[in-house]
Design a protein around this ligand. Sequence first.
Ligand SMILES: [Zn+2]
Length: 243
Amino acid sequence: MAAALLATASVARAAPPARLAPRVRRIVLHVLGGPAYDRPERRFRFFDPPQTQARWKPRFGAHWIVWTDGSLWPRHVQAGAARSWTPAVDRPADEAEKRRVAAEAAPVYSHLHDGNSNSVGIELAHSGRAEDAFPAAQVRSLAWLLRTLLALSGGRVTMADVYGHKDLDRRPAYLRSTCERPGCPYFVDERGRALRRRVDPPESLFAALAREGLALPRARGDDTDLRRSEALAPGERPAVAWR
Ligand SMILES: [Zn+2]
């Protein structure tokens, strides 16, 4: 018995605690729906996680999709593991969950212009419209995931390091992915002002997180650019400008 206990203790000592990959400095929140300026039929729509992930290129995509029912859909699934899982959000992550989240956060995926190497991305399954509520189960799972990631970082990543996609990519909505620099054509609203490519997530997500006890600091939090996108008539493809 004593020998067995000693063996168990040595195994426990050998396994280091789960840690967030040192590269991760920021957490970026997205929603799947968006303005789709050039594809009005796709505007503010989203697909379910398997359909969404099937459309992503191999290195493209966020680390997790949080579905409307609160289930987490990691970008890549370990062999033998279920494609999605739902954490028990009323308690902190246990050691197995910490290891799972840390492993899922480690790879670099493409979800943020010029910022993938030091970030992880979380997609909320949501239309992207300012007035569409986020389901409570979805917000609670997101809050649980954020708390787990912050705890796994050992204090390196804080609430001030959690951003909305729109905070970090202020570029105009360029017409073509092959020409995205000053001088390239971009979509404009009816007054000739540049439409923003990234308007996600709606501020209501941050308000919902605050109600769950996670009041993230918002330096420039409003939906002005999103509401300009929402003002487009259904089916309307906005005008284009060059300068
Ligand atoms: Zn985004």
